[in-house]
Design a protein around this ligand. Sequence first.
Ligand code: GLY
Ligand code: MN
Length: 493
Amino acid sequence: MKKQPITIIIVIIAGLLIFLIIDRFRRPCLSPGELPESFIHEHKSPEYDPGSYANRRQRIIAHLLEKDLLIISAEAGDDFYYITGFNEPQGIALINPGNNKEFKMFVTPRNPADAMWTGERHGKAGAMEIFKADTAYLLNDFKEIAKQLISNQTRVYMHSRDKMISDIVEEIINKKELNIEQRNIDSLIHKSRVIKDEWEINQLKQAVKVTGKAHSWIMQTMAPGQKEYEVQAEIEYIFRKNGLSPGFPPIVGSGPNATILHHTRNDRIIQDNELILVDIGAASLGGYTADITRTYPVNGSYTPEQRKIYDLVYKANEAGKKKMKPGYKMLDCNHEANRILVEGLHEMGLIPDTTVWWQKRFYIQHRVNHYIGLNVHDVGEYGFDPEKRDEHILTPEIRGRKLKPGMVLTMEPGIYLQENRLDYLHELFGDIADPCELNEFAEKVRPVYEKYAGIGVRIEDNILITESGNIDLSEHIPKSADEIEAAMKKQIP
Ligand code: GLY
Ligand code: MN
């Protein structure tokens, strides 16, 4: 009788052990391809909005037919990100407009071993739950599924950067001897990217706000004797402190370096009485970059010569901005800004004859606007060939495409009076101008030019085109010479 409780306990323990052993075999081990649900990565950015990406996909496939298929991978860079929001190094999106606009994603498996090194991947579950794919597969399944789907289509749209995808598609088409047209999706995506939606505009506002903070900070911290890279470090400190990063390498050009349009060495010691041209842009959490330039007097006060050039560029910026609205075309604001610059330079004696193209071209180096977005020089049609600088820069007849609400563009006139540039007139314009004419020009303008030599000024704002005009997103950043001098006098609180 006494032995009974012990027997019961032994039976219970043995039962428990048997249950645990059986259960261990009943529960599948983690497959190397998938982590448990608890690993599903929560998208951290509060700005993340899957609806925006779905809208963009809709906008693009609205141009496709039922028998079309769209295939795009992470190799396509920003264009892939633009329609998926998926920021892993690898991934493929496949959209089938004919099958209820089905959106399939092919992703890297979740793998505990890799996760130790790279952090979690979203995996199939993440692709569906977070990125709203209707179905998700592993990348390895792509070829097999593409084989089945492509056979039923008449056209496949792909991206020009997608070499791997186009090789696979080509192979499938050739093997099956299919009569399928291969088309390029780039321009349809770029067409959509030109008009920013509300979410994108908020991203740009976030980027502009932090870029403005960096400009305010350096206005109070810069001083003669610093290196350009120290100013750059202060800028990046403000970007990083606010959770953002540079959208492009910061341009910090002091003294003569202010006349180098894309100076990024940033290693010179800044001297007293010099200008410092600061062209910077933070990129938002979603990857949208601002592009804002101010040109500061490093010691807080412009010299009369610096102010003269600064005021002229400022006037051109303001005049050009007035033409940035629906009803005008892309280059109308450019021509207006350049018209002001040419007029001012003529009055100063730097352009003796404004009817001579090369005399103007000597001073006018670039267009005053470009789109901003996921790239600092964002994609999209301009209505002219942006590569052919000389053909449109001072050609008022070329006006480009119409400005539309939702476009976001820079307004960035500049004057750069590089020292000794008058000595290069023959190299610059020898093929279109008579040598005597060039010598005469140099002789005439040299006394004035030398007064201003070494001065470089650019003033750049970020402008959102609206139904009724525009909103200058960078309006709050001190811009006129007076505003900048006043801001630089303020002490850091
Ligand atoms: N802000 C200079 C550039 O756009 O190239
Ligand atoms: Mn720019």
